[in-house]
Design a protein around this ligand. Structure first.
Ligand SMILES: *Cc1c(COP(=O)(O)O)cnc(C)c1O
Length: 228
């Protein structure tokens, strides 16, 4: 019940953020970030209407997603993807949001062509210099995007970012704005639509929506604090 109530509350906040930004709320999807959550909790979120789910680690996804395969849900990889885990990831996920280097693109293309599957992908962009964050630099985005466009089994749909955690969500706004600007420029120079902007988490998703997010990745605000 709590999960359903939380989702309802988030929906209201999304509608309000969209009103402020003059956007249609249908242009914003909630992705439930399910690291550490049980299949039961995930089912509850599904019952509350969530259709996108995201896992950070291939091993955890291998334990969880097959158990939930009866749910008509869409699974996104939202954590750093190691090349040696790609062979599992291509079978588990519908979208890889964290493509950030050519070597990963090569491995994805190789495994996907063996499967005869086309994967929707986003490029993860690193906008802050923190060592711990993955993603390619803003300068690397265009060459990587061109590289992906040359692959038969990858479909580039947009960009994703994990900005630094800052207490005041307003301080995160410049990062969200930057990602949108990179996307706009990229669309112009490549001449292909890149509709998806995956940005915003529990404590800053409203600001992300005001700056153009189409997918907000929310864990704590749906499921409560994580227990590791
Ligand atoms: C955990 C996680 C989220 C959700 O974080 P919350 O603060 O719990 O909403 C979003 N994106 C990524 C990449 C995550 O790892």
């Amino acid at each position: 019940m709590t999960i359903a109530r939380n989702v309802e509350e988030i929906r209201k906040r999304i509608v309000n953020a969209c009103e402020r930004a003059g956007r249609n709320p249908e242009g914003v999807q909630i992705l439930a970030a399910t690291k550490t959550r049980t299949p039961e909790e995930i089912k509850e979120a599904f019952e509350a209407g969530i259709r996108l789910f995201g896992e950070n680690r291939v091993q955890e996804a291998r334990d969880k997603i097959p158990v939930l395969k009866e749910l008509p849900a869409e699974w996104h990889m939202i954590g750093h993807l190691q090349t040696n885990k790609v062979k599992y990831a291509v079978k588990l996920f519908d979208v890889i949001e964290t493509v950030d280097r050519q070597k990963l693109v090569d491995e994805l293309e190789k495994r996907l062509s063996q499967l005869g599957k086309v994967m929707r992908v986003f490029i993860e962009v690193k906008l802050s210099p923190e060592e711990t964050k993955h993603g390619c630099s803003p300068e690397e985005v265009e060459p990587l995007a061109r590289y992906i466009l040359g692959k038969e089994h990858l479909k580039l749909e947009g960009l994703m970012t994990v900005p630094p955690y800052l207490d005041d969500p307003e301080d995160v706004r410049p990062y969200f704005k930057k990602l949108r600007e990179i996307r706009d420029r990229l669309q112009d120079s490549l001449g292909v639509p890149l509709p998806q902007l995956s940005m915003g988490m529990s404590h800053d998703f409203e600001v992300a929506i005001e700056e153009g997010a189409t997918i907000v990745r929310i864990g704590t605000a749906i499921f409560g604090e994580r227990r590791y």
